[in-house]
Design a protein around this ligand. Structure first.
Ligand SMILES: [Fe+2]
Ligand SMILES: [Fe+2]
Length: 300
């Protein structure tokens, strides 16, 4: 079974189409950040997703996981368009799983209108809804007979412009522990997915205002996992870190950004009963195609 893990497409909805009356508060700061150069890195995000869909087709990907930040400002109109733009990757929604990032729920009104769930619910099917405590989280997606994804939501509104931190609600962590103890998961490769990075590429926690506030709580819950990985985005660079020094048997993979110019990357996991082959993907700008570049094998 082949799983593609990508993140942070940050579709560049033309700022022309964003109603001016929406440019207030934090969103104005976000818009200015984008106009100040950051946005140009994501100019081709929508066409690159088409290129990624061709890659997924060519390589026979069974399930694509995207760990959030589909948009820039989290406006309702952006989320609606982002859900359409992701469609080439999700022609069969049962083979696609979407998680929100902080940019997708930038401000309180998005939460109150529930726009992410409105447009992305079809990409958030839960195989074990009986464990959901924070509708619809955690989401469990079984991967054939040998694996499972357990997704928790770490994105939350950050009304203060200088903060972009995340937190997984305690009840989701407790539900995650109960799911991991379910005997039906025994022997499976377990992938715990969320938007925020529990650790940076150097193994240290992110800063309080940018990172996962309760990263240690997440890592503690994952100590019971014998084989698998923690998968996240948010940091716009692909990296893998070993967590054995922290008492975890599983590594962490950050999928960076699949569309950010010059840094495009993703992970591809080939899951077998007794081994996991991990490939890192990159983008060839000239050929306009995604490719596989490195390889690693984990046996368990
Ligand atoms: Fe991002
Ligand atoms: Fe993010």
């Amino acid at each position: 079974m082949r799983i593609l893990h990508c993140s942070d497409p940050h579709f560049d909805l033309s700022l022309r189409t964003i109603p001016l009356r929406k440019w207030f508060g934090k969103r104005a700061v976000g818009a200015l950040n984008l106009l100040g150069g950051r946005g140009s890195y994501f100019d081709d995000a929508d066409s690159k997703i088409g290129d990624l869909a061709r890659f997924a087709e060519r390589y026979g990907v069974d399930l694509t996981l995207c760990t959030g930040d589909f948009t820039a400002l989290g406006l309702r109109s952006e989320l609606e368009e982002a859900a359409e733009l992701i469609a080439p990757l999700a022609t069969d929604p049962s083979r696609f799983l979407a998680l929100p990032g902080n940019h997708d729920i930038y401000a309180h009104d998005v939460i109150h209108t529930d726009s992410f769930n409105e447009f992305f619910a079809r990409f958030m099917h839960n195989d074990w809804p009986q464990y959901a405590v924070d509708d619809p989280w955690p989401i469990v997606r079984l991967l054939g007979e040998h694996g499972a994804i357990v997704a928790v939501n770490s994105a939350k509104p950050n009304p203060l412009p200088w903060r972009s931190d995340g937190r997984i609600p305690h009840e989701q962590i407790e539900a995650l522990r109960r799911i991991l103890a379910d005997p039906r998961l025994r022997g499976r490769w377990i992938f715990v997915a969320t938007h925020y990075a529990a650790r940076l590429a150097d193994g240290r926690p992110d800063t309080p205002n940018h990172g996962l506030r309760n990263a240690d709580e997440l890592l503690d819950a994952c100590r019971s996992i014998e084989k698998g990985a923690i998968l996240n985005g948010h940091i716009h660079r692909c990296y893998r870190i070993d967590l054995s020094s922290e008492g975890l048997a599983i590594p962490l993979y950050c999928a960076g950004s699949v569309t950010m110019e010059g840094r495009e990357c993703f992970w591809l996991f080939d899951m077998h009963p007794d081994r996991l082959e991990v490939h890192r993907g990159s983008y060839d700008t000239q050929a306009r195609e995604y490719r596989i570049e490195s390889f690693e094998e984990i046996r368990r």
